[in-house]
Design a protein around this ligand. Structure first.
Ligand code: OAD
Length: 253
């Protein structure tokens, strides 16, 4: 592991354009359950894949709204962990050296922004922002649970979470930025994602074919493991700070 950390740190120091894609694993140490890991007792009887669809919302807006409101509260209570913090520092260090840093996340929990990452693309939207099903007007609800489920709007619709559901398309601008950054980076990290959901899973393939060095940081091997130049298996909250410290020195911030 020591040797792999040193190599990753060396590549980071040499990089001019860094892209990081993150999934639920980066937030696991903030006690946000990963998408595919077992859900807590309250929601154990539900398969998240069947709640995260427009059809599920249409059929049972009460349950789906309740589930997303419960997740919204969990995320608001959670704190960024050392993995999020290390990525925010990575951005600052790369920027100091005149480089470009882009963080693409599949997470909707908002923890990267709260840790201080600026150039952030939220591919699957955000739990913080909700919108009316009729007018599509967005709003950031109060930080308390909703008083009713589902939430009716003045326009006669419902309030729905600003996340991308299965069967919906990803925001076009976000995708464009993500593909562009992946195709033009010289160092790519895939962190805490099972690397099975497209298009996010395709970014590492794109970066690799464009000649970037690719690193995976994940608790377990994934389909991306075969593809990357370096795979570090363990917790991202432990591995990322070690890489960033090895590259740029211990943080004095
Ligand atoms: P998953 O739950 O599929 O994968 C989480 C990954 O994180 C797994 O590979 C775990 O091994 C790894 N992991 C768990 N704990 C970790 C830790 N402490 N450090 C590092 N890695 C850890 O989540 P995603 O890949 O994010 O989409 O799933 C992608 C998308 O699938 C989600 O955004 C969601 C779902 O379909 C939508 O809702 C549209």
């Amino acid at each position: 592991m020591e040797e792999s950390i040193a190599r990753a740190a060396e590549w980071l120091r040499e990089a001019h354009a860094v892209v990081v894609v993150t999934g639920a694993g980066v937030s696991a140490e903030s006690e946000i359950p990963t998408f595919r890991d077992s859900m807590e007792a309250l929601w154990a009887e539900f398969d998240p894949q069947t709640l995260a669809t427009p059809e599920a919302f249409e059929a049972d807006p009460e349950t789906v709204t309740k589930w997303y409101d419960w997740r919204r509260m969990r995320c608001a209570e959670a704190e960024p962990n050392p993995g999020h913090v290390a990525l925010a520092r990575m951005e600052r260090e790369i920027a100091k050296r005149g480089g470009v840093f882009t963080l693409l996340t599949q997470n909707v929990d908002g923890l990267h922004a709260r840790a201080g990452t600026h150039n952030l693309v939220e591919l699957h939207g955000s739990l913080r922002v909700w919108r009316c099903t009729v007018t599509r007007k967005e709003r950031v609800p109060d930080p308390e649970p909703f008083p009713e489920y589902p939430v009716r709007t003045d326009a006669g619709g419902y309030l729905r979470p600003g996340v991308v559901w299965f069967g919906e398309s990803l925001p076009e601008r976000a995708l464009k930025v993500a593909f562009g950054a992946s195709a033009s980076c010289d160092l790519f990290f895939s962190v805490g994602t099972s690397a099975v959901v497209y298009p996010a899973a395709g970014f590492v393939e794109l970066a690799k074919s464009a000649g970037a060095r690719c690193i995976e940081v994940n608790r377990d091997p994934t389909p991306a493991t075969e593809l990357v130049d370096l795979a570090l298996h363990g917790k991202s909250g432990e591995i990322l700070p070690r890489i960033v410290d090895a590259a740029f020195g211990q943080s004095d911030e």
